[in-house]
Structures are given as structure tokens and as C-alpha cells.
Design a protein around this ligand. Sequence first.
Ligand code: UDP
Length: 328
Amino acid sequence: MDNHVLVTGGAGYIGAHACKALRRAGYVPVTFDNLVTGWQDAVKFGPFERGDLLDRARLDEVFAKYTPVAVMHFAALSQVGESMSQPGRYWHNNVGGSLNLVEAAVDAACMNFVFSSTCATYGDQDNVVLDENSAQYPINAYGASKRAIEDILRDFEAAHGLRNVIFRYFNVAGADPEAEVGEFHQPETHLIPLMLDAIDGKRDALTIFGTDYDTPDGTCIRDYVHVCDLVDAHVLGLKWLQDGKGSRVFNLGTGSGFSVREVIDQSRAVTNRTVPFKEGARRAGDATKLVSGSTRAVAELGWQPDRSNLNTMIADAWRWHQTGHFDK
Ligand code: UDP
């Protein structure tokens, strides 16, 4: 029997890396994506089914065609700033779409569900160690939409037995070291790809969003995780569910935080180029510091985030950047 996994958002940055990891682990990833923020060129490791999560009939069709052993749910709008100016899109697409997906999975008796959540569900909590038991007080609509989906999953587990692993990501960075897939958003809003563009003149100087935060150098601090390590955790989470170990929440971060200025310095060192940047105002919805205080994924899943050091993440992102994918 084929080992199909339905990967929503499989044409996006993290979803495409997950498809590669699933394929390597012996699964057949079926990408379900509406291509609003994803790229068909990124679907390289299994079948592609174009569709929208808000289209329940299309979802039912795809579940019936493949009878997947599990769902990995990546598809979402994910820009913090945009979520503050257009919250309706986040509630419709992220929450409405996920509710459809969860209902379709239960009706198709596909009871293993791996969900991509975020540390943005914790909000901005000074001097609090962020582990899986931390209170969730999101400060932007993106984080609020993800927290709502976590609630949906808990209710559907209680009522229908939908087993779920929830991963709360910190900042995902880097690219496939073989550069088959990588990070490419349109528009791009993330720090590292914007900086690499600025370094080779494909964009204007990077703007640092806020230099008056209560941190040692005044810029925001984030916990960066390599995308390949992150998707490896998802494969471990899937096996965890298939082994009958039950629903669980895992933070995916390394516990080390880097400021925006530190990321700039490291990028200069990796690329051996000048980083053009200027200092600007704070961006709405940004938390001061988001660093994971949990080792649960390492202890329980046996996760080994070996590539998640700043140097390797930027080097892998730079290699992908130099493949010229922008010229498409
Ligand atoms: N950032 C920045 N300039 C940019 C983009 C991002 O200073 O052009 C900062 C942002 O304020 C945050 C960090 O870089 O502190 C990471 O932002 P990103 O958008 O990559 O991820 P997020 O933390 O929003 O998930």
C-alpha cells in the first residue's frame, strides 16, 4: 500500500522541504496547494493537487483519491505585518481553511494530523521561559489564527479521536543544502532572504525594524531553526503518531537567540560582502524576544537540530540564493 501523506502548502517554503524529507523517509507526499503564495516549481517529490482549503468538495476528492495515512498542514498566510492590516484574510483562510481540512480528514478517517503552529501564539512575554506549557497571548492576528487552530485540533481530538502533533516554530531559516528547494516568498518579508538580496544589489538596503527594544543592542531577538531540521522533526512527529504515542505539542527552536544586528554581522562573515542596511521604525506586531525554552522535541522525539547554527543557515540560504531562482 502506498504511504501517502497529504501535505497542504507543499508548494511553499517549509512544505516543499517537508515533501523532500517525507520522500527520503519512504512516504509519498501529495501536495495540496492553491499556489497563492506557493510555487508549482517547488513540487518535486510527489504528486500535485491544486486546490483551496476553503473548497471542501475538492478536499474530499483528494482524500478519496489517495487515502493518506496522515495530514501535514503547512498551508497558511504567515506574515505578521499583513495580519495586522488585513486580519480578515487570516481568520478566513487560516482558521476557516483549517476547519474544513480537519472536518474532511475526520470524515475520511485520516486520523493522524501534524500541524504547523508558531511561537507567535505566545505573544510578547518578557523574562518568561517559553516552553509548551507557557500561556498563549498572541499579539497579532497571525498568532491568534494559529492558536485558534490549535483549539480546533484539541476539540476534534476529544470528540472524534483526531490524533495531532502540534509544532510551534520559532524562526525558520536556511535552505536545502542541495539547493533543490529554498526560501522564496513574493513579496518577501523575512530577514535573511531580504538581507541576501540587499547584499547582491537585488533590493534596496535592509531596514532594521526598531533599534530601541529592550535588548542588549536594541534590536529584536529571535531563535532561528534550520528548515531541514524543522521538517525532520515533522517526520519524527508523524512516526510518533503512527506508533500510537498520542497527541503532543512541541516547540521547535534551539534555545539560542540572535538579534537582528547579530544576523547582519554573521551574514557579512558568511558572504564576505558588505550588508547595506539602515535603521528604521518598529514593525507592528513584532515581539521583543522569542526564544524557545524547551528541549522536549530533543528529549522525546530524538530530534537533532544539527544544522541550526547561524553560520550554516545563512550559508545554505546563500547557496540557494545564488542558484538564480529569482530570475524565473
Ligand atoms: N526584520 C527587520 N527587517 C526586515 C525584516 C525583518 O529588522 O526587513 C526583523 C523583524 O523585526 C524581526 C526579525 O527581523 O525582529 C525576524 O523577522 P522575520 O520577518 O524574518 O520573522 P518573524 O519574526 O516576523 O517571524
